[in-house]
Design a protein around this ligand. Structure first.
Ligand code: UT7
Length: 343
């Protein structure tokens, strides 16, 4: 038996929802023709196999922080909040080029958020949905009132433009959500997990430390290779198609709704054929709008779900207040799905 007095702890849970969403797409539109200058491929093949027509690449001097800031400012403005009202920042990214410190405190300073809890999470293409799960629990339990969740990637920095298996897939961008206290539940339970035995399916080619011998080799005879990302496309494709629809279905059940209650399905924009297969497997009603942002944005990993949802809201494809089923999946392998009320 403990002898100390009971610690204070919240006795009632609050509700949380997404109060505002923002997105940032770099200016430069990159065509399949441009990608095909470096790989043996064609515009037709890329469109048929992935659904990608164009993607955006950030400028060389445009950083993960720059993109995150733009998306965050839009999300805050749409939530009707000032940066000063944020008390926690979670940045989901796998392309922030500093091992330490994290991007979140740097972003906080840029935004003028004073003294927030700030940290990054590394959950690849599921990072944003992991972040929403954490923000929901933080607001519900009372560890924060307002949480900024950002998914941001500059994948062009880590893509080998000569790699036929991945060069055409990735793009750059940022998406952000402000999660805050709500009078009703606006974020359903998260179904999440991981499959570390397939860690090799999407991975950085070598560890940063593998670069060291080459850098220290004064004679420069050791090959210095950039640790870009590589992907076993078919393995990931099969896993996504067969395993992710059941996860999405469980998220709908956990939310206590049925697919006919959904206004939108926003899967990670990995491949248009994966989206099509999931829609079929889930047997979604015809009137559920399906995010197809990949055509013009490519696969932006952690940024893909918030960017795709932002586009649907901006273009009036779905209305504010509707329910969306969102799911992220990728390197790890990791996944997370939840139903959210769209802001
Ligand atoms: O965001 C994280 C999660 N990532 C994903 O979910 C990505 C999942 N994977 C995919 O989206 C797909 O696997 C890719 C789009 C990457 C590739 O499509 P695929 O249908 O799985 O292609 P494949 O690797 O099975 O290759 C099919 C054929 C092969 O030729 P043969 O053996 O049938 O003659 C390849 O050599 O296509 C060939 N091929 C290409 N042809 C033109 C492979 N890459 C290319 C290419 N251009 N870039």
């Amino acid at each position: 038996m403990s002898t100390h007095p009971a610690l204070s702890a919240p006795t009632t849970l609050r509700h949380a929802r997404i109060l505002g969403l923002g997105g940032y797409r770099p200016e430069r539109v990159v065509s399949n023709e441009e990608i095909c200058q470096f790989i043996d491929s064609s515009d037709e093949w890329i469109q048929q196999r992935s659904g990608i027509v164009t993607r955006r690449f950030a400028r060389e001097d445009e950083t993960v922080i720059d993109m995150a800031e733009a998306a965050s400012r839009q999300a805050l403005e749409r939530a009707g909040l000032e940066p000063g009202q944020v008390d926690a920042i979670i940045v989901a990214t796998v392309t922030y080029p500093f091992q330490t410190p994290a991007a979140a405190p740097v972003l906080a300073h840029r935004l003028g958020v004073e003294d927030p809890a700030a940290y990054d999470i590394s959950a690849a293409c599921a990072g944003y949905c992991y972040g929403i799960a954490q923000a929901n629990d933080m607001v519900r339990a009372g560890s924060a009132d307002t949480v900024l969740v950002v998914g941001v990637e500059k994948l062009s920095d880590f893509t080998d433009k000569h790699d036929r298996g991945s060069a055409f897939i990735f793009g750059d961008g940022a998406g952000a959500a402000v999660v805050g206290v709500s009078d009703r539940p606006g974020i359903g339970p998260t179904i999440w997990g991981s499959l570390g035995e397939r860690a090799d399916a999407i991975t950085q080619r070598e560890a940063w430390t593998d670069l060291r011998p080459a850098m220290e080799d004064a004679s420069r005879t050791t090959a210095l290779e950039w640790p870009s990302f590589t992907m076993q496309g078919q393995t990931v494709f099969r896993w996504a198609v067969f395993s992710m629809a059941p996860v999405a279905r469980r998220a709908v059940e956990a939310a206590g709704i049925t697919p006919s209650d959904l206004a939108a399905f926003v899967p990670h924009q990995a491949n248009m054929r994966i989206t099509d297969a999931m829609v079929k497997a889930l047997d979604l009603p015809e009137d559920v709008a399906v995010a197809r942002d990949i055509a013009e944005t490519g696969n932006t990993s952690a940024a893909s779900v918030p960017l795709a949802m932002s586009r649907m809201l901006d273009e009036g494809e779905v209305g504010s207040g509707g329910l969306a089923l969102q799911i992220g999946f990728g390197a790890g392998l990791v996944y997370a799905a939840q139903v959210v009320e769209m802001p």
